[in-house]
Design a protein around this ligand. Sequence first.
Ligand code: ADP
Ligand code: MG
Ligand code: ZN
Length: 651
Amino acid sequence: MIYLGASPQDTPVNYMQTLPTQIPQLREIVAKHWGIRELRPLQEPAMCSVLDGRDSLVVMPTGGGKSLCFQAPAVLRGDTTVVISPLISLMKDQVDGLIASGIAAVQLNSSLTPEERQKAERDIVNGKIRLLFVSPERLVQTDMQDLLRKIDVRTFAIDEAHCISHWGHDFRPEYRQLRLLKTMFPKASVHAYTATATEQVRSDIIQQLGLKDPEILIGNFDRSNLTYRIISRRGGTLKQVLSVIDRHRKEGGIIYCIRRAEVDELTRDLKEAGIKAMPYHAGMTAQERAQTQEAFSEEHCDVVVATVAFGMGIDRSNVRYVLHTAMPKSLEAYQQETGRAGRDGLEAECVLLHSGADVFTWKAIMQKAASEQSQSQFHYQDNDLSYLETAFEHLNMMDRYCRGAACRHSLLVAHFGQTYGKDNCGACDICLGETVEVEGALIIAQKILSCVARLKEKYGIGYVAAVLRGENSQEVKNRGGQSLSTYGLLKEYHVNDIRDWAYQLISQEVLVQENVESYGRVVPILKLNGGSWQVMRGDRTNIRLLKPAERKKGERAKPSKAESGSWDGVDRDLFESMRELRRQLADERKVPPYIIFPDSTLRELARVRPSSLERMRMVSGIGDSKLRDLGQTFLSTIHAHCQESGAAMDQ
Ligand code: ADP
Ligand code: MG
Ligand code: ZN
């Protein structure tokens, strides 16, 4: 692990290998301050590279525990680690969390009053601060650099490091200034953290930051506590949305829509249905958006309906479900957005309502944006339209993922270059047998394709499905559908199934959807290709079609592996009373509830029902400082509950 610089001056002065005594010390610090008694696989090597002053790049999925990798070494080192973070709200959450765990941390940004700022600077100069949070813009200002030189900063942690790369999905021009870090502070080591795993972004981060011989640590990308379900979207999305919310009453959830108007409409509908929902999109004022974000984080609102604009600033760890009302635009986006569920490590559900139309919706949006951009004088030089091709390729991959009949966990992990290694995840719609392959898919495909041929490739999916269903409508009669040999060939199936199958055939490239102008309107028409004829002739037989498995009326989905057991032995009533207590304390202290305790800690408390502070100390997530600060309050609630209900303590 020894770094050999190009010249001796480059070698950090404090450079050394982690001392054998430092690892037990680290563990002690982690247990004392965070109440965490076991490190996750890559956390220890990540911490060692900070202690050793060796540059590093750490890639772990959202919720993987990246912050601890630089926070714990900062406490052990005893000097000041500077953390660069893209959003004030993210910094505030981390600072609040650190202070609650008894660690000195401050942020320097525009939200401070001059007095607060002076006090913060005094504390920094006096060496009291372990973690200092700054924005990238501020870091490069001369007064900030002077301050950092004065205290001889040796460690920089760059959170959300993918923001430096325009290959990533959150590119921020101000992050580009971080290129100067290595020149401004040649003796310091720089550590980059991100959840974005693509090779391109990874090497871009290393290059842009000028990391020297960095330790590269890439974590396991599977989120085993998430259950993925991809369901075909049926008319009346609201009903499907409500059935998901119904499984998660009073729990936190995020619902993603593609368009702002859909966000507004769905929020209205949900409110009418009595659900505490709030909207979030870029068309709202900054103040309105902050309101939604705060209400959600403080648990005064259960559901945020949002466009992708709702993203990085969300740190609420007990999001129990993420629902997409339509397909996101790439697998990266899907991983990132679903990654916001279950950051506390507890079970969470990710439902995607998919339709074959989603790809076309996205393409239309992207094309419009591209043509607007190319007309504007402000477009980036490196932004010629070739990026559209890449974007379309991402869309197609996402679409294939949605239509695939293979394990969702396994394919997602494979996309990030890892192997899953299990045949059945027990936590996705495919492995749970909720989505099944249709028997006789080839014959169904032949019927659909023949119908398109009989209709002379002049109609869209709706009409083709109506003819195959043998509908008796005026439209079918007027256009002579009834006299076709394919009329009513699929009358035993639901119209939604037929539509889904047509889209599935499109994605298997044996059917084509083409936009055609008709009476001044652009309409999508079904066309045949060479593959269609192969299927109709029986020369090609490898056609697969999917449909939801039959479920008896009122029967619920059986719990996935991730879901079952997570509530075992948990005293639900006690959990709810402690949750209420947590919310009150959080309101009083003006911090989000998860800063008090994460859900995982509350569940364990409600399982064990500790009778004393000593017993309570063994619960994961309760460090010394929180035990002192909150222990007695929670203990009283537990005692009162056990007295009233007669439940046994110290389980
Ligand atoms: P990331 O930044 O990678 O998305 P965070 O650093 O915010 O993730 O951590 C997510 C959650 O996991 C936090 O609540 C944190 O306290 C918790 N956590 C981190 N490391 C561990 C661990 N070793 N054991 C249990 N919980 C952990
Ligand atoms: Mg983080
Ligand atoms: Zn699976």
